[in-house]
Design a protein around this ligand. Structure first.
Ligand SMILES: Nc1ncnc2c1ncn2[C@@H]1O[C@H](COP(=O)(O)OP(=O)(O)O)[C@@H](O)[C@H]1O
Ligand SMILES: [Mg+2]
Length: 241
């Protein structure tokens, strides 16, 4: 049986110490697509991703990955099922080389698969091939972000979840980052991308959701939302037309 959606968040409620942070959030990620969740700082984006990766319990609702609820599952189990996340701030091993970081990302794979995956990563991110022996922590912010994404891809994800990968990157690097994410989608990986960089994220989204203070307020194809008056009024301070 094949499901259209690799991930479904259904009527999710999450709170911190009794304070509601996510209120009745529903969204889904279609297979082999880029789904974007945009919203201002504090809207609840990272909290949603923590729930999706098994790091934060929810009070009601459900999250279904590849047809099965992830309720009560440990993060490591979700990784082995193919749900991989690059958290905000990247979390590389700064004192390990590029190659060591990548090999660690593929620790669940066989040696042969790992060699093949490594070749794919070098094809996708040529800058990493040139720097296999460089320590992760000495690379530029953009290169570290590429390495963090490549490391997650070494785990052969069905769903790749990215929390603000463009944060702190120079504009040219941001454009490169979004191109990479599109290339990853084109290889058949489903992507859930969380961003405050609303304009560029919507431009690359197959489908997008807007979250505001814990509630999904708008959804639709990326191109449609990019042209909507609500988005322009709320995030760019102008009307679309
Ligand atoms: N560990 C925590 N304990 C208490 N409150 C938290 C915690 N993490 C996040 N919050 C609160 O939850 C809300 C949403 O935060 P977050 O999910 O990080 O938003 P975003 O990623 O959209 O910026 C904010 O009001 C934040 O202060
Ligand atoms: Mg966040």
């Amino acid at each position: 049986m094949t499901q259209t959606h690799i991930l479904e968040v259904r009527h999710l409620h999450v709170d911190y110490n009794g304070y509601a942070v996510l209120k009745d959030v529903s969204l889904s990620v279609t297979r082999s697509s880029i789904t974007v969740l945009v919203g201002l700082n504090g809207a609840g984006k990272s909290t949603l991703l923590k729930a999706v990766s098994g790091l934060k319990a929810w009070s009601s609702g459900d999250i279904v990955f590849a047809g099965t609820s992830i309720a009560g599952e440990k993060p490591a189990m979700l990784v082995s099922r193919g749900l991989l996340q690059v958290p905000e701030g990247r979390h590389l091993f700064p004192r390990m080389t590029v190659l060591e970081n990548l090999e660690l990302g593929g620790y669940l794979r066989s040696a042969r698969q790992r060699r093949e995956d490594l070749e794919r990563m070098f094809h996708l991110f040529p800058v990493l091939r040139e720097r296999t022996d460089q320590l992760g922590g000495t690379m530029s912010g953009g290169q570290q972000q590429m390495l963090a994404i490549a490391r997650a891809l070494m785990g052969s994800p069905k769903l790749l979840v990215l929390d603000e990968p463009s944060l702190g990157l120079a504009p040219l690097m941001v454009a490169e980052m979004f191109r990479m994410i599109a290339a990853i989608r084109d290889e058949g990986v489903s992507v859930l991308l969380v961003e405050q960089n609303v304009k560029q994220a919507l431009a690359h989204a197959d489908y997008a959701y807007v979250i505001d203070r814990g509630c999904i307020t708008l959804e639709g194809p990326g191109s449609e939302l990019a042209g909507s008056d609500e988005i322009h009024a709320a995030y760019f301070g102008t009307a679309a037309h």
